[in-house]
Design a protein. Sequence first.
Length: 152
Amino acid sequence: MNDEHYMRQCIEQAQAASVRGEVPVGALVVDPNTDKVIARTGNAPIGICDPTAHAEILALRDAAYKTGNYRLSGLTLYVTLEPCTMCAGAISNARITRLVYGASDPEGGAVQNGVRFFEQTSCHSKPEVKGGVLADECGQILKNFFKARRRQ
């Protein structure tokens, strides 16, 4: 499994979200046994008027639907930005085996920053975590997006 390959696909999803006016975060759910991408999406809270429509949540929902199981054991979630508390909770509930993310989020992240959700005793399912994959590229998309927004 090539983490950079899948993160580049996440970046494409983030760029598509940006074009739609959404905060540019992209996510994929991948079966590492077959290298099959099961779900891919970007942020959509504005477009679908849903505060829970983060890229991770949408990707988990789509993967659960496509696999016919809300438990996604054995699968890997790729996302361009460190997940927030809500998304970390969903990742745990979905039983994702591995989480790979790009840029850290010192303000809203909940994996290596903030509450460190997966380190809490109340967290019942803890994925293997790898952060920093193409972090500069993932972070630059966000910086460019917010810089352009401030100019408007």
